[in-house]
Design a protein around this ligand. Structure first.
Ligand code: ZN
Length: 161
């Protein structure tokens, strides 16, 4: 078995859609990035890549490349799944945290889990997402950005599968 960790932050600003876990969430601000800024997916990608012993997200999906401009992070997640499969790993489980003052994330958690488990081809029970605030402290508390953390556990695909 192999474990991996991922962490990502993006800045919140006006005139951007807020997309987390592949789900568009109604809010006055969204995440600023070269891609759609989905920092939950970015943290999950880095956790999977790390567990595989591969390089980080910026190596495979550089923010200097026009190929990834405004791209849906779900597409990056799909490519990450392929990289993982090439290494002959499959997902045991993923756990993650969204650190965000506003908006309330809880109503969207199950749809995010469904969206992500479809792309990763796992059961919904294998991916969990939690949301917390930082009690109005720091950059997340001041609504300047959103941070996400993820860990994943992988195992080698058994022969004959
Ligand atoms: Zn990111």
């Amino acid at each position: 078995m192999r474990i991996g960790i991922g962490y990502d932050v993006h800045k919140l600003d006006y005139n951007r859609d807020l997309i987390l876990g592949g789900v568009k969430i109604p809010h006055e601000k969204g995440l600023v990035a070269h891609s759609d800024g989905d920092c939950l997916i970015h943290a999950i990608i880095d956790s999977i890549l790390g567990a595989c012993g591969l390089y980080d997200i910026g190596t495979y999906f550089p923010d200097t490349s026009d190929n990834f401009k405004d791209i849906s992070s779900l597409k990056l997640l799909e490519k990450t799944r392929e990289l993982m499969e090439n290494e002959k790993y499959e997902i045991s489980n993923i756990d993650s945290i969204i650190i965000c003052q506003k908006p309330k994330i809880n109503p969207y958690i199950n749809i995010m889990r469904e969206t992500l488990c479809n792309v990763l081809r796992i059961d919904i029970s294998q991916i969990t997402i939690k949301a917390t605030t930082e009690e109005k402290l720091g950059f997340t508390g001041k609504e300047k950005g959103i941070a996400c953390q993820a860990v994943c556990l992988l195992h080698k695909i058994k022969k004959g599968q």
